[in-house]
Design a protein around this ligand. Structure first.
Ligand code: AMP
Ligand code: ZN
Length: 463
């Protein structure tokens, strides 16, 4: 694998860029919080799916494909899911209705992520298939004096952990002073959070030492990361909004149950996405799902390829906020259109691009370098495989598309028409044809016939 680049990532836990050293280079371990499956994922949810896929690809490139384990969970137990099941399938028994909602949404999420060029994670565990692991952790927390039962709940006792709040840098007393939530009488401290709560007959539930009930949200990730990655692992990721309370509480549970100093060595968080300068929300009317972007004309009156959304996302560093817009998608599309389709063969990615990603996933610098490489490859075909390997490292490898004879004839007719317009010096109309073809994924390349000196045009279709 050649000389190994020096990996550095910004660690939310210490608020600085740190050197990355895997605990076990034979098995580098990454956990990212996945979706709660009650509705279509929106384009904000696409950001962690893309950003942490780039991280996964980078780690695979450096440590080897079979030496990285990436876990992204599916939260399939949640009160929002119950409400959706009742609304959408009122006639069915609740557990059947829930299964219909979660299965459909999970499948859609996985299809969305693949359409955005993201690899399938190594494991995509479901919360409902890890209830026994959650119960086990809660039992440990009770035994060690970190959890207590009150009013039909098992709660984590935040005061029992001396350094609770390290990730979000919140101090418990500050939180209490500023708390606007009504004091819940059964809690020892207002920041205590639910590990387990009893379910009534109309709610989904599992048998436990504390009665039939269901888990709180945070305990799910402690259980699934512990099961697949161990008590301490390398990197934990998610969006900025998850730092508090979700990740803070995952840390509290895992560290107190396992008696460890950290849960994960590095915590990475992607910034938020806004749409046309405003927070995306249903009431603002600027809420766009990944599905709508890829398959309907909701944004800018047209469908957008997954690769365009992916590039648009990676044109901003993952920790910065993104202001999402049609303009931005168009910019990404223009850039992609200039990149050649090519086969990797046995080429490896360009060192400058690996180095850019190794520096806290600097995709902005990586894309600049990739674009320069694309220009080099357009001029010199021997560069094509390196370009292809580098584009693949970002999940942005343009693919050649085979088209049938009728389509070939139609494209040739339009290419010929453009050549006639150029001859007549009608450049505006000629450019129009080129642009329309480009929007259809058809890329033109002008040249000269060496014998006659006449202008010639070749073309290819890309994904
Ligand atoms: P949720 O289903 O809301 O728990 O979100 C799933 C993932 O998407 C989490 O990692 C969130 O932090 C992330 N996320 C949600 N909204 C946005 C947004 N507008 N921009 C970026 N990431 C987001
Ligand atoms: Zn989580």
């Amino acid at each position: 694998m050649g000389t190994e680049p020096h990996l550095k990532f910004y660690n939310t836990l210490t608020r600085e860029k740190v050197d990355f050293k895997p605990i076990d280079r034979e098995n580098v371990r990454l956990y990212v919080c996945g979706p709660t499956v009650y509705d279509f994922a929106h384009i904000g949810n696409a950001r962690p799916a893309i950003v942490f896929d780039v991280l996964f690809r980078l780690l695979r490139q450096i440590y080897g494909e079979s030496h990285v384990t990436y876990v992204r969970n599916i939260t399939d137990v949640d009160d929002k899911i119950n409400a959706r099941a009742l609304r959408d399938h009122p006639g069915l028994p609740l557990n059947e209705a829930i299964r219909l909602v979660t299965e459909k949404t999970e499948t859609q999420y996985r299809q969305d992520a693949i359409a955005l060029g993201s690899l399938e994670p190594t494991v995509q565990p479901r919360a409902t298939e890890n209830i026994a692991q959650m119960i086990e952790i809660i039992e440990k927390l009770i035994a060690k004096g970190h959890a207590y039962q009150a009013a039909g709940e098992v709660l984590f006792d935040t005061k029992s952990m001396v350094d609770y709040g390290q990730l979000s840098k919140r101090n418990l007393d500050e939180q209490q002073a500023g708390a606007r939530v009504a004091v819940e009488e059964h809690k020892k401290s207002p920041g205590d959070f639910v590990l387990w709560k009893l379910s009534d007959e109309n709610e989904p539930g599992w048998e436990s030492p504390w009665g039939r009930g269901r888990p709180g949200w945070h305990i799910e990730c402690s259980a699934m990361s512990g099961r697949y990655l161990g008590d301490v692992f390398d990197i934990h990721g998610g969006g900025l909004d998850l730092i508090f309370p979700h990740h803070e509480n995952e840390i509290a549970q895992s560290r107190c149950a396992h008696g460890t100093d950290v849960m994960a060595n590095i915590w990475m968080h992607n910034g938020f996405l806004q749409v046309e300068g405003r927070k995306m929300s249903k009431s603002e009317g600027n809420f766009v799902t990944i599905y709508e972007l890829l398959h309907t004309e909701k944004l800018g009156g047209r469908v957008w390829p997954g690769a365009v959304l992916r590039l648009a996302m990676l044109m901003t560093h993952y920790r910065e906020p993104i202001d999402f817009s049609v303009k931005r998608l168009e910019e990404a599309e223009r850039l992609l259109a200039k990149w050649p389709a090519a086969d990797i063969g046995d080429a490896t990615p360009d060192a400058a691009i690996v180095a850019a990603l190794a520096d806290d996933l600097n995709t902005v610098a990586a894309i600049q370098a990739l674009h320069a490489l694309a220009q080099a490859a357009n001029a010199d075909p021997s560069v094509l495989p390196t370009f292809a390997a580098s584009a693949a490292l970002l999940g942005l490898l343009p693919e050649k598309v085979e088209v049938d004879d009728a389509v070939v004839a139609e494209i040739n007719r339009r290419v010929q028409a453009r050549l006639e317009l150029l001859k007549a010096k009608n450049f505006a109309e000629a450019d129009k044809i080129r642009e329309v073809l480009l929007a259809e994924g058809i890329q033109l390349k002008d040249g000269k016939d060496p014998a006659t000196g006449e202008r010639t045009t070749t073309w290819e279709v890309k994904r």
